[in-house]
Every structure is written in structure tokens, then in C-alpha cells.
Design a binder for this molecule. Structure first.
Ligand code: CAA
Length: 256
């Protein structure tokens, strides 16, 4: 499938998605959001697509939702735009595909919200993250108020959202917003290393683990624990535990 704003490459079972709208630092308008939606819809049709790395072209990961586009919004248009961004990011968040955000540069507003919708975030030491919406008289509209608080707790989420400040990669690491910081030239190789580790594990196990983690965030402890044991049990309907457990006991690598 060909896209105008996305460059898709498949290497060693990993799908690399590069957002490329260089004239606006990869800012998200309806077209880019639509392409991200179609891209995931397409990838999800194929079970062999298990891990995707999302990154940006140039000095930005994504510099936010498209500011020029939003200036003339009325409340209805604003609701529709927020709804579109939320639904695309929900699709990524809930996808069976494990997603790694490789944050190469500015990840601001909707860009940080895209990174938050991914399962894992690795940042270049040059990256800058933040939710500057309040400085535009807005609030985050693509899930940022909800995902950030679940990731880092109320105190840090309130600081990030209410100050609208930008944070360095080192600060973002300390705040728990990103998992890891690398030198810029090592960003994609680090993301590849993590993707390969995930790919080497049981296919059903990684997909079900993601599903249960995400369900648990929305549920009570009791509900989450129920999902965990039901899923733990259902994995024994597949060959994976047999292979994984036997491989350990036979001192060999599993062949999932
Ligand atoms: N939307 C549209 N265009 C954008 C953009 C955005 N979010 N961010 C940058 N651009 C455009 C600039 O207007 C500029 O275009 P021109 O060359 O035509 O003038 C071009 O990209 C390059 O940007 P700068 O000249 O500003 O580059 P810089 O290196 O000096 O600064 C930056 C980089 C700090 C990221 C700065 O561009 C910036 O602050 N961008 C806006 C960040 C922001 O506020 N994002 C939040 C948007 S609101 C949102 O996301 C709402 C939501 O949750 C739904």
C-alpha cells in the first residue's frame, strides 16, 4: 500500500513506519491521521506483522496536531478532529502489533500523544517531548491527558500538561515518560534490538500479554487478575507453552 506521508519498510520481520511531512515537522492533519489508520488496518490483516517501529523524518518525530488547520475550527470541527486522533491512537494502542516509538526529535502535543499510544518509547538524546497545548489555549486532544496520567501518575502528568513545558530526553527518562535514551545514530538499532527480543518470544504470549496489560489499566485489580489467569490458562490451548517449557528443560532455544 502506497502512502503520501508514511514510508513503510519491512526488515527482518519488523515494520518501520516513518512519518514524513517535512514542511510542517510531521504535524498531524486529517490526511496523516487517515494514513496511520489505514496503515494499521492493513498491517493487522496479516498475522505475521508482530512488531512495528514508528519514527519521524528529519528533526521531528511529530511536532503535534496541525496548528494551521485548527485555527478556524468551531466546536463541532474540533470535536471531530479530537475524535479522529483518539480513534487512530486507540487503534495503535489496542493493536495486536507491538509498537515501539523511536523518538528522533520533537514529540510535542499530538506527537507525544502518538508516542504515548505506543507500547514502548525509545528517545534519541536530541529528542524533546512535551504537551504544549495549554500555551495555545487548548488541552491535549488525542488521548494525552488520559494516557500520560496512567503512565507516570497524577503529579508528573499535571506538571507536563499544566506547564506546557518541553523536556529533554534525559528528563523524560527520569520522569518515566520514555523507557530508554540512546545516541541519535543508535536510535533505530536500539529499537531494532528491542523489536528482535520481542519477536524471539512466543507469538501468542506477547500479544496476549499486551492485551492483558492494557485491559488491566482500564479495569479493577480483581478484573485484571481474572483476565490474567483466564489468558494464562488459554495459552495452554496452543503449542507455545509446550515448546517454551520443553526448550528450557532440554537446555535449547525455543522454536516458536
Ligand atoms: N502544526 C503545523 N505546522 C507546524 C507545527 C504544527 N504543530 N509545528 C511546526 N510547524 C511548522 C512551522 O509553522 C514551520 O512552518 P514554516 O516553515 O512554513 O514557517 C515549520 O513547521 C518549521 O517549524 P519552526 O520554524 O517553528 O521550527 P523550529 O525548529 O524553530 O521549532 C518547534 C520547532 C519547537 C517544534 C516549533 O515548530 C513548535 O513549537 N511547533 C509547535 C509545537 C506545538 O505546539 N505542538 C502542539 C500542537 S497542538 C496539539 O497537538 C493538539 C492536540 O493534542 C490534538
Amino acid at each position: 500500500m502506497e502512502f503520501k506521508y508514511l514510508k513503510i519498510e519491512r526488515k527482518e520481520d519488523i515494520t518501520f513506519i516513518e512519518i514524513n511531512r517535512s514542511e510542517a515537522l510531521n504535524a498531524l492533519n486529517e490526511d496523516v491521521l487517515g494514513e496511520l489508520n489505514d496503515c494499521f488496518e492493513n498491517l493487522e490483516k496479516e498475522k505475521s506483522n508482530r512488531v512495528a517501529v514508528i519514527t519521524g523524518q528529519g528533526k521531528a518525530f511529530v511536532a503535534g496536531a496541525d496548528i494551521a488547520k485548527m485555527r478556524d475550527f468551531d466546536p463541532t470541527k474540533a470535536y471531530e478532529f479530537s475524535n479522529l486522533g483518539q480513534s487512530v491512537f486507540n487503534k495503535i494502542d489496542r493493536s495486536h502489533i507491538i509498537t515501539i516509538a523511536a523518538i528522533n526529535g520533537f514529540a510535542l502535543g499530538g506527537g507525544m500523544e502518538l508516542a504515548l499510544a505506543c507500547d514502548i518509547r525509545i528517545a534519541s538524546s536530541k529528542a524533546k517531548v512535551g504537551l504544549p497545548e495549554v500555551s495555545l489555549g487548548l488541552i491535549p486532544g488525542f488521548g494525552g491527558t488520559q494516557r500520560l496520567v496512567r503512565l507516570v501518575g497524577t503529579g508528573i502528568a499535571c506538571e507536563v500538561v499544566l506547564t506546557g513545558n518541553q523536556y529533554s530526553a534525559a528528563e523524560a527518562l527520569q520522569m518515566g515518560i520514555v523507557n530508554k535514551v540512546t545516541e541519535p545514530e543508535e536510535l533505530l538499532s536500539e529499537a531494532t534490538k528491542m523489536a528482535k527480543a520481542i519477536l524471539s518470544r512466543g507469538t501468542n504470549a506477547i500479544q496476549q500479554a499486551k492485551r492483558v496489560i492494557k485491559l488491566g489499566i482500564e479495569d479493577s485489580m480483581e478484573g485484571g487478575l481474572y483476565q490474567e489467569k483466564a489468558t494464562f490458562s488459554s495459552l495452554f490451548n496452543t503449542q507455545e507453552p509446550k515448546e517454551g517449557l520443553s526448550a528450557f528443560l532440554e537446555k535449547r532455544k525455543p522454536n516458536f
